[in-house]
Structures are given as C-alpha cells and as structure tokens.
Design a protein around this ligand. Structure first.
Ligand code: ADP
Length: 394
C-alpha cells in the first residue's frame, strides 16, 4: 500500500510515549505536533489543521473521552479522524472511544508496523473524504453558477419578448395602413402579404418566449376547471378545417360520448391541442391521415388522448431531444417547414403543470403518435353519458 504523509497531532501526558511516537511517525515523513493534555490538544486543533489525531485516553484535567465529545460537537473538528492509543488494560475504554467517534485504536506502546499501517489507513480515508468534500463543494458552486446563468437567460428572454412587442405592433399597423392609402398593384399586395406572414410568425414567437419565461419563473397561472375535452377537440378540429383541406389530410376523431370531464385549464389545453395537431398537419406530407382518440383510463383516474399521424416520423437518434427547448429535427423535410422548436417544450411543461404526462412513439418515414394524459375532474357531470362519436373531415 502506498505510504501517505500528513499532519498528525499526538496527545499524551507521558513524555516518553510522545517522543517514541513522534520519532516513529517522522520516520515515515509525517509532520508531528505534540500536546500533553486535552485542553492543549483542543487549542492546537483550533489553531492548526491536522489530518489525524493520536489520542491517549487517561490524561489529567481533560480525558480522551472529553476530547472526543468536544470534537463531535464542533463542525470543523468532527471529520478529523482519531486513533485512540490506550494501555493494554483499557480495552473497554478504547471501545467506548470508538462509540464516541474514534476511528481505530492502538495498544501502548504501539507496535511500529501497526502504527504505520493504521495511520496510513486513516489518512487514506481522510484524504478520500477531503476529496469528496472538495468535489461536492465544486459541484455546488457549478450548480449555483448554472442556476444564475439560467435566471439571467430567462430574464433576457422575458425582456426581449417585452421589447419586441411594440415595434412589431407598429409594423403591423403600418402594414395595415399601407393597404389603405392607395391602390396597390399585384406585386405590392404579394409583398405585403409576405410581410404579414412574417409578422404573424414573429408574434407567435413572442408569445412562445413569453410563455417560456413564465414557465421557468413559475409565474404562469393555470385555471383548473372541469373541461369537456371532446367538445374542445371538436371545436379545434373545426378551426383547422382549412389547413386540413389545404393539405388534403383526413381527420378522424374517436371519442366516446361518456368521456368524463378532465381537470384542466381550457385556454392552455387549446394551446396544447393546437400545437400537437398543428405539428401533425405540418409534418405530414399531403394526403395524410390524422386520428385523435381519447379514452378514460379508469385505473389511473385519467383521460388519455392520442394524436396519430402518418407523417415524416422522427429518427430514433433524435427522439430523446424532442421535448427540449429549440429542438428541431436535422431532417431537411422538417427544416423546410416553418417552426421555432419551442412548441413541444411548452406543451410538455403545460401538461405536467396540470398533473398529466406526455410522451410519443414514432417510426421514421411512417408517422408519429403523441400521447398525453390529464386527470379526470373530481366530479363527473351527468350530461356526459352518450355514444362514441367519429368525425371525419377532409
Ligand atoms: P416546431 O414545430 O416549431 O419546430 P415543436 O416544438 O412543436 O416546434 O416541435 C419540435 C420538433 O419536433 C419539430 O421541429 C420536429 O422536428 C419534431 N416534431 C414535432 N411533431 C412532429 C410530428 N408530428 N411528426 C414529426 N416530427 C415532429
């Protein structure tokens, strides 16, 4: 075993034993300090840093027991290892010292090999412990630094979203006025429409950034109420009819009439469903099939909603990052479509804030199914009894 050297305090009222141990320890390269009783030892411990204490038990004025009791109560001394050095007849006392926190014991006068080995073992443990402490302190520092950087970034996002709001609103108004000041030719109309489209995207991005800063600072407010998910899904399906038609997708909605009410925030669920359905439409080549199902999972007291598409799918190597902020697939088919990579991050946070779960399964080139659950409302209204419905639109 490799020999370690350290700073050792030898506490013994017997000057001969002190000298014997000092000589033996210095021979192995340790730095040795001597104390003749408990009081002197404690004074030295507060003034210097020791890696190990070799402690006699029976000493005048303050015994080894009292030193151990004192050390246990002092946070800066509690971790310093102690080896008790006791007379042959004091084995019971040595055991008591171990109960009081001493690490090991040696019989007086210590055998050289035993002294060397036990000191080495204690120092090894002590150094490992010190390393661990230093590592933990470093990790804590890093964690604090990352937390501070994260707060600064969230504040920056909130500030940027806020500051961009006004100029964008002004641009939108100017754009609107432009079409009223005089007749525009076809090319001008076309350019204005492009500006409008970009403005809409910028507005959506600001809303997303605003949501992210609220989610990260915990300042988002949810109004949880009984929510008829079936009604909501049918309404949203109506609102996206135009997009479905444009891409020639079919939409099937399979929701039983007796689906219990969910316990959720209506506005936020519109946002979640619009994002998931919008993605299904956007990332599915024309003539795709989208299916929404919702079932009551009685064993979990939850409603399970699935939005399945026959679209591009997500490559296995990218699947782990799908819910990360700003994730967008490397796939050129995805990159050709507009997007910010914020929608699913927000969607996941919103679902989880409502005590639900969200996940997906996807096969590249075949399609994706996003699933989420929501808790059912504490009371189920009576008018929820009915038949399974299937709505289809093209
Ligand atoms: P955005 O659509 O604005 O890029 P999202 O956060 O909604 O942002 O989605 C993140 C990424 O996840 C998308 O860019 C896309 O790569 C992938 N994705 C999301 N939904 C689907 C889907 N239904 N099919 C295939 N890929 C999807």
């Amino acid at each position: 075993m490799e020999s370690l050297t350290g700073s050792i305090l030898v506490v013994d009222d017997n000057a001969v034993i002190q000298q014997v141990m000092k000589l033996a320890l210095e021979q192995y390269g340790h730095h040795v300090t001597l104390a003749s009783d408990g009081h002197e030892a404690i004074e030295l411990m507060h003034a210097h840093f020791f890696d190990l204490i070799l402690l006699d038990i029976m000493m005048p004025t303050m015994s080894g027991f009292q030193v151990l009791e004192y050390m246990a109560k002092e946070p800066e001394l509690a971790a310093v290892p102690v080896i008790v050095v006791s007379a042959d007849s004091q084995i019971d006392s040595a055991i008591r010292c171990i109960q009081l926190g001493a690490e090991d014991y040696l019989v007086k006068p210590p055998n050289q090999t035993l002294l060397r080995t036990r000191v080495n073992t204690s120092l090894r443990k002590k150094f490992l412990h010190d390393q661990e402490q230093a590592h933990q302190a470093e990790m804590e520092q890093m964690y604090e630094a990352v937390k501070a950087a994260n707060v600064a970034k969230t504040e920056f996002i909130a500030m940027a979203a806020h500051e961009l709001r006004n100029p964008i609103a002004q641009l939108a108004t100017t754009n609107h006025l432009l079409s009223r000041v005089g007749p525009l030719n076809e090319k001008q109309e076309e350019l204005l429409e492009k500006i409008n489209f970009s403005l809409e995207r910028m507005k959506a991005l600001i809303v997303d950034l605003d949501d992210i800063s609220r989610l990260e600072t915990g300042s988002i407010r949810l109004e949880l109420k009984q929510l008829d998910l079936k009604q909501l899904i049918l309404k949203i399906a109506e609102s996206i009819e135009h997009d479905l038609r444009e891409h020639k997708h079919t939409l099937d909605i399979k929701i039983p009439g007796d689906l219990p009410a969910a316990w959720a925030d209506r506005e936020r669920m519109i946002q979640v469903l619009t994002n998931l359905l919008g993605n299904a439409i956007k990332y599915t080549p024309d003539n795709g099939e989208i299916v929404i199902t919702a079932v009551h999972e009685k064993q979990h007291q939850a409603i399970h909603v699935t939005i399945q598409d026959t679209g591009l799918g997500i490559q296995a190597k990218e699947q782990q990052r799908v819910f990360s902020k700003f994730f967008r697939s490397e796939d050129s088919d995805v990159r050709d479509r507009p997007g910010t990579g914020l929608g699913l991050f927000i969607t996941k946070s919103l679902i989880e804030k409502q005590d639900g779960h969200i996940w997906f399964d996807s096969k590249y080139g075949e399609g994706t199914a996003f699933h989420f659950t929501l808790p059912i409302a504490p009371e189920v209204p009576e008018d929820k009894m009915g038949m399974e419905t299937a709505v289809s639109s093209r």
